[in-house]
Design a protein around this ligand. Structure first.
Ligand code: GCU
Length: 357
């Protein structure tokens, strides 16, 4: 069966129609994008505070001779002030910036651990390609625990006004990190990326779909409630994810347990909402819990938006991807590597190449 046949059977909500049935054109795509973001805010990830935010950084420590004297490592505490809600919150971020004259590309990376280097963050491979990386440890923003949103930034905002999920909170911290990074004046605004793996791949996608300053959005092994189409999905489903991790979504999303067909959206729309910026999904053949084929469908469908906008589409074949295949010649990319659920060096190398680094 072709992928288009598989997709047709799922009866997915179209990307290129407004909720009221109007056609989407290149001209009105920005409005459709806003509509899509509103749908995900209401039905899945919850409402995030919009600021305005003032973000300053306090330098905690610095190493000027990291990685054979090639890299400057700085640890900051970021102090964020939401001036509309009068909320203040601080969290640490570590920056690794390679030396050299011109402005550097930057990855804002949210990670599972605080230490650096880390098995998911091969600093030298990244900085040797000329890019900097700013790493956030996600538990510093809000604990990954079923704690009724009582940790980190969670309790600082009223839930009746902001029903943001932990994914929303982690995504927000990536945008605040970018606020600060841009204030340093040393990163190249045309090459700013967000990136994360698994639950933090979902986070990177939600962050990058919303925040247009991220010109590249990398989504590693994110699967359910990330970049995988939910309808017809194998492996993890809404019932599993909302039972095990009720704080990763808002309350509304739980109503769709076993009722995926009723959702006025599916995750392909979120991948599309990155357009006209670049988006790329990494998957792994053995990651059946995430379901690489349902992930592929999202990119296959979002490719239509790039065609509509006159940008270079990917040459995705109309069939399931094979192990080791990589499609990175267009404005939207995808790969399915060998092996299992992991954020590997191979994934990073694909992302660096996609950014032409
Ligand atoms: C669990 C969860 C996934 C998630 C993964 C991870 O397996 O069910 O949705 O992506 O953890 O974050 O590692």
């Amino acid at each position: 069966m072709t992928i288009s046949e598989e997709i047709r059977r799922l009866n997915l909500p179209p990307i290129l129609k407004f909720a009221d049935g109007r056609d989407v054109t290149a001209e009105n795509w920005p409005q459709r994008r806003e509509e899509i973001l509103g749908i995900f805010e209401e039905h899945e990830y919850g409402r995030t505070p919009r600021g305005p935010f003032e973000v300053t950084g306090e330098l905690v420590s610095k190493r000027e001779d990291d990685y054979a004297n090639k890299v400057l490592t700085e640890r900051y505490t970021l102090n964020v002030c939401d001036t509309a809600e009068n909320v203040k919150f601080s969290f640490p971020v570590v920056f690794h910036t390679p030396y050299g004259g011109r402005k550097k590309p930057l990855f804002v990376f949210i990670n599972f651990r605080a230490q650096t280097p880390d098995e998911y963050m091969p600093v030298e491979e990244i900085t040797d390609r000329g890019a900097a990386v700013a790493m956030i440890y996600y538990n510093d923003v809000a604990q990954d625990a079923n704690d009724d949103f009582k940790s980190g930034v969670g309790p600082l905002y009223p839930r009746d006004k902001y029903d943001w999920s932990k994914i929303g909170m982690w995504a927000w911290s990536m945008s605040r990190t970018l606020d600060f990074a841009l204030s340093l004046g040393r990163y190249d605004e045309r090459k700013i990326a967000c990136v994360g793996h698994s639950r933090l791949g979902k986070t990177s996608l939600w962050c990058g779909a919303q925040d247009e300053r991220f010109k590249y959005v990398f989504v590693n092994d994110s699967g359910c409630s990330g970049d995988a189409v939910t309808r017809g999905k194998t492996g993890e489903r809404i019932v599993h994810i909302t039972n095990a991790f009720p704080v990763w979504s808002n309350e509304k999303y739980k109503e769709y347990r076993g009722r995926e067909e009723e959702m006025p959206f599916d995750q392909h729309m979120l991948v599309a909402a990155v357009a006209p910026r670049y988006v790329y999904g990494g998957t792994a053949v053995l990651d059946t819990w995430a379901d690489p084929y349902s992930q592929y469908m999202s990119y296959y469908l979002a490719n239509d938006v790039y065609r509509l906008l006159g940008m270079k589409p990917a040459d995705f074949p109309d069939r399931r991807p094979e192990t080791g295949e990589r499609f990175s010649g267009g404005s939207i990319g995808f790969h399915m590597r060998h092996g299992a659920h992991f954020f590997s060096r191979e994934d990073w190398q694909c992302y660096l190449s996609f950014m032409e680094l």
